[in-house]
Design a protein around this ligand. Sequence first.
Ligand code: PFF
Length: 463
Amino acid sequence: MRTEHTQQTRGVEQARTRDGFASAIGAFAATLGSAVGLGNIWKFPYLTGSNGGGAFVLVYLGSVFVVGLPILVAEHLIGRKTRLNAIHAYGSIVPKAKYWSLIGWAGFLSAIFIMAFYTDVSGWVFAYIFKAIAAAFTGGVLNAGTFGSLAGGTWEPLLWQFLVLCLTTSIIASGVSRGIERVTKTLMPILLVLLILCDIRALTLPGAFAGVTYLFRPDFSKLTGSAILTALGLSFFKLSLGMGTMTTYGSYMPDSTRIVPNATRVALADTVVSLLAGLAIFPAVFAFGESPAGGPGLLFNIMPLIFSKMPFGSVFTIIFFILSAIATMGAMLSLVEVPVSWMVEKGKMKRPTAAYLTGAMMFALGILATLSQGPTLGNVKILGKNFFDLFDFLSSNVLLPIGGLAIAILTGWLLKKQDIVRELEKGYGEGKKPGYIQLVYVFIKYISPVVIFVIILNGFGIV
Ligand code: PFF
């Protein structure tokens, strides 16, 4: 009882001195800002296309709501209960079991692996803004050659990656609420409107319906164990789970945030954005006779094609890549925040120093990822994968699912149920108790760990 009281007092004191989200709406916007990013517009379509379409989408949707959502809730509640960075949160949530901080450490590693390739792709998006502007003035077109020479180049992608990292780290250096909230709050709705416009255009192209069928009609013969693991990994990547990001964001949440409704809205909104991106890309892929399995270049090759069929298409192309660039920022800010919050709280480091140090680590691995897309390091393979794919595989298919499993076990089996209930009841007035808590608890404790465990074993060919 006493330790609990002391812990609570410590939490309250830290909440006072730590930076945090100013309001429940700000917390929602930042959480959504972390979730929405390249995962929706780049990774979801490209993985769906490489894994056969509808069946993959179905497994992905199942993973988001059966496994991802409960873990999002678990991460938020651990963050808000401890009001600590991820490493300290997991190291202190169970008394005398500091080794759970390994979840936070694995998250630290995942953040660096993810950023290594994420900043490369984000750099392509930023580069495309300028390429689209140039094309608008010269009457040129953005085609597969444009993408190939950018992604497969040396100095050009490295320069963009470097600029992206400089931008992200300087926003992080300026502080949580001022930096993150301001950037993410206003821009999501505009991206949504533009995506809907693309959907309308793509869906009205002749032959577009084959793309809708591809996206929504499941063909289970195309589904392998490793594709299922990839879909699970994608749902974790999408919702920024299994690596402490959402724990860190939970630690900045005000007590007025109702964790379960907030998480549900985030999962729904994020999924809608992915599906809207899919509904723009696949109908266009089929209408233009392209291959859905076009790999990482799919977004960059198909979107300009859709816009080329619209009035003012070149202006829309520019706006689309500007908004996408901004969407990637919200996600990257949350990725950089995981190591930075730990360095600041543990090492008493100044925020800017921590931000730039983290950026430097990310760039070091990022160089390998970027150069592995071209001739310089394209032939270097580890586990049969180049660096770009390796960092993606190690984070999405290994570290995030294992991290998610550990978080579910920790929350469901080692935390006191009354502590969980107390955290999930916050934000409701005195005496008003939401009725769904028992259900959420069953998902966290039983369903999600079992499902993740089976998918991991199956994905690696063990069962
Ligand atoms: N959720 C982001 C996206 O889908 O683009 C990527 C991401 C952000 C993954 C933050 C992990 C993370 F911690």
